[in-house]
Design a protein around this ligand. Structure first.
Ligand SMILES: CC(C)(COP(=O)(O)OP(=O)(O)OC[C@H]1O[C@@H](n2cnc3c(N)ncnc32)[C@H](O)[C@@H]1OP(=O)(O)O)[C@@H](O)C(=O)NCCC(=O)NCCS
Length: 148
């Protein structure tokens, strides 16, 4: 990986830079409620060991979210800043998550990627993730204001 980059756990203080990175990235499916500062603070509190950022000095240049529910780990919103892609940063973020997931004793992980996200799909396949065509994904609104 690029030697100028370090990986560490994400904190709530990282939110403004993380949110900015998400919003400048093409193809991110942002959710107003889940991705608000309150939503992310709640997520980090529930999952204190499995969300990571990549830094170059003080600049936040990558992020990966992972939530664990005791059975599976689910990954969300993995992004590396455009000018620093293809230098192993995405892979390093993912390996930080693998380590956290292993410590929890969880054996299987999942994630969703938009079919039209060509780079995203290439990345996950390159990391050995299997595309499932034998199941349907269902979602349900538990509250009126929640987006899918
Ligand atoms: C997906 C993403 C996070 C990858 O980050 P990255 O730092 O560029 O990834 P890495 O440099 O660690 O690449 C890891 C592997 O992915 C593959 N890969 C990544 N980008 C690729 C591209 N544009 N074309 C071909 N292969 C690619 C390579 O096989 C690479 O392995 P290698 O270095 O052994 O050749 C980054 O492209 C990104 O932010 N994309 C936009 C957001 C997104 O789509 N996120 C995923 C959906 S949640």
């Amino acid at each position: 990986m690029n030697p100028d980059i370090s990986i560490r756990l994400m904190t709530v203080e990282d939110y403004p830079q993380v949110y900015n990175l998400w919003t400048i990235t093409d193809g991110m499916a942002m959710r107003g409620y889940d991705d608000s500062s309150e939503g992310i603070a709640r997520f980090l509190k529930k999952n204190p060991t499995s969300n990571f950022v990549a830094l170059r000095g003080d600049e936040l240049v990558g992020v990966i979210l992972c939530g664990m529910d005791g059975r599976r780990a689910y990954i969300y919103h993995t992004v590396v800043r455009t000018d620093l892609r293809n230098q192993g940063i995405g892979k390093a973020l993912l390996h930080a998550v693998y380590e956290a997931v292993e410590k929890e004793g969880i054996k299987k992980s999942g994630l969703l990627v938009m079919k039209r996200n060509e780079i995203g799909n290439i990345f996950w396949r390159s990391q050995g993730w299997t595309e499932r065509d034998d199941l349907n994904y269902y979602s349900f609104k538990n509250a009126e204001q929640t987006e899918y």
